[in-house]
Design a protein around this ligand. Structure first.
Ligand code: SF4
Ligand code: SF4
Length: 369
C-alpha cells in the first residue's frame, strides 16, 4: 500500500466511525424552501439545478417534525434555501428543531432584502430560544449598483445594508445573537474588493466578514471567472484589521472567536487549494456534515452529485439513511478519489479532522485576543 492508499483507508475508517458514533451529521445544512427573493448571477441553486435535482414535493412541517424526531443532537444547524425568512413559520420550524434535538447553535443566511420581516423573525427566534446561540448572515456582494446587478434586483443593496445595521442593533439586547456579512467573490465584483471591505467595516464595524468564492455551475457561467488575487485581497484586508485591533469577529457564544480563527485558516486553505498546493482527501462531508434538501433528498454536500436517498423512503429515519450502505460507499468514494473543493461550510467541518490545520487555528485564536 502506498501512503495515499493508507491515508484514504484511514480517513474512510475515521469518517465511517464518526457517522456511526454520532448516527446523524452534527453539522446540517437544511433547505427549508427553494423559493428565493433574488436571482443572483453566482448562484448554483438556480432553476436548472432545481428542476434537475428537486424531483419530489417539498417537505411539510409535519415531515420536518418527523425528521427532527429521528435526530438525537445537532451541533450546528443552518436553515437555508432559497430564502429561509420567506417561510411564515420559520420561527416555529427552528424552535421545533431546538426542542426536539439537542441543538447547540443555529444560523440563517439571508439576502437581507425584507428588513422588517427579517428583524421581526430574528427577534422572535431570540426570545423563543434564549439559551441557544443564533446567527444571521447577510449577503453583501458589492457597493450600490454592483450588488444590485449581481443579485438582479434594483434596491437590494440599500435594503441589505439597512438589514445589517438593524440586526447589529439587536446584539446589544441579546448576548446569544451574532450577525455576519458574507461576500461572494465573482467575476462581477472582483475588482471592487477594497470598496466592499470599506462598507462592511463601516456598517458592521467589528463583526465577522466572511468571504466566499463562486463555485459550482452558477446562473451566469462567467461568475466563476475569478482571479485568486481578489480573494487574497479580501483575506489581506481582514488580516490587517485583525493586526490593527479593528476586528472582533464572531460573537454570541463562548467559542465564537474560534470560528473567526477557523475562518482565517480556511481562507489560506482555499488559496492553497486553488493554487494546487494542497492534497485532497480528509473531507468530512458525509460523516460530520450533511445536506437535506426541501424535497427530503439527502446528500453529503452541495457539490458532489451522489444522492444518499430520500428521507421519505426511510420513513424519516435519518439515522438509518445516514448509516445505510449507500452512505458508506460515498464516504469511501470521497476518500479514495481525494475529493477536494473550496465549499466553505464543508471545509469548516473537514478542518476538524485535518490535523495540519489545528496549529494555525490556535495561532489565529491567540491573534484575535
Ligand atoms: S445565492 Fe442565495 S440569495 Fe442568491 S439566488 Fe441563490 S439562493 Fe437566492
Ligand atoms: S471535497 Fe467538496 S465536493 Fe468533495 S465531498 Fe467534500 S464538500 Fe463535497
Amino acid at each position: 500500500m502506498n501512503s495515499q492508499t493508507i491515508k484514504a483507508e484511514l480517513y474512510t475508517a475515521l469518517t465511517n466511525t464518526l457517522a456511526h458514533i454520532f448516527r446523524t451529521p452534527q453539522y446540517i445544512i437544511l433547505f427549508v424552501t427553494d423559493v428565493c427573493w433574488m436571482r443572483c448571477q453566482h448562484c448554483w441553486f438556480n432553476e436548472e439545478w432545481k428542476t434537475r435535482e428537486l424531483t419530489n414535493s417539498a417537505l411539510t412541517f409535519d415531515e420536518y417534525k418527523k425528521l427532527a424526531d429521528s435526530i438525537d443532537q445537532i451541533k450546528f444547524l443552518s436553515l437555508t434555501g432559497g430564502e429561509a425568512f420567506h417561510r411564515d413559520d420559520i420561527v416555529e420550524l427552528a424552535t421545533m428543531f431546538r426542542h426536539k434535538t439537542k441543538l447547540a447553535r443555529y444560523q440563517i443566511p439571508t439576502s437581507g432584502y425584507k428588513t422588517e420581516r427579517i428583524v421581526r423573525a430574528t427577534e422572535r427566534l431570540l426570545k423563543a430560544n434564549p439559551d441557544t446561540p443564533f446567527r444571521v448572515d447577510v449577503s453583501l456582494d458589492g457597493v450600490g449598483q454592483i450588488h444590485n446587478e449581481i443579485r438582479r434586483i434594483s434596491d437590494g443593496y440599500k435594503r441589505a445594508c439597512t438589514t445589517i445595521i438593524e440586526l447589529n442593533k439587536l446584539k446589544q439586547y441579546y448576548s446569544h445573537f451574532d450577525v455576519g456579512v458574507i461576500t461572494t467573490i465573482s467575476h462581477a465584483n472582483q475588482n471592487t474588493v477594497e470598496e466592499i471591505g470599506a462598507v462592511v467595516e463601516k456598517i458592521h464595524p467589528s463583526g465577522e466578514w466572511m468571504i466566499n468564492i463562486t463555485r459550482g455551475n452558477p446562473r451566469d457561467p462567467e461568475a466563476t471567472n475569478v482571479q485568486l488575487s481578489a480573494y487574497k485581497k479580501a483575506h489581506e484586508i481582514i488580516d490587517r484589521r485583525i493586526a490593527e485591533g479593528r476586528y472582533r469577529g464572531h460573537g454570541g457564544h463562548q467559542t465564537a472567536k474560534w470560528l473567526s480563527a477557523k475562518n482565517a485558516v480556511r481562507r489560506q486553505v482555499i488559496c492553497d487549494i486553488i493554487e494546487g498546493k494542497r492534497e485532497g482527501g480528509g473531507c468530512a462531508a458525509g460523516s460530520i456534515g450533511g445536506v437535506i434538501y426541501s424535497d427530503g433528498s439527502v446528500k453529503v454536500c452541495e457539490m458532489l452529485d451522489k444522492p444518499l436517498g430520500n428521507l421519505r423512503d426511510f420513513n424519516y429515519n435519518f439515522t438509518a439513511l445516514w448509516n445505510d450502505k449507500a452512505a458508506c460507499r460515498v464516504r469511501r468514494f470521497i476518500q479514495e478519489t481525494n475529493c477536494q473543493c473550496t465549499q466553505e461550510c464543508f471545509l469548516s467541518v473537514s478542518m476538524l479532522i485535518q490535523p495540519d490545520t489545528w496549529s494555525g487555528m490556535v495561532r489565529e485564536r491567540i491573534r484575535l485576543g
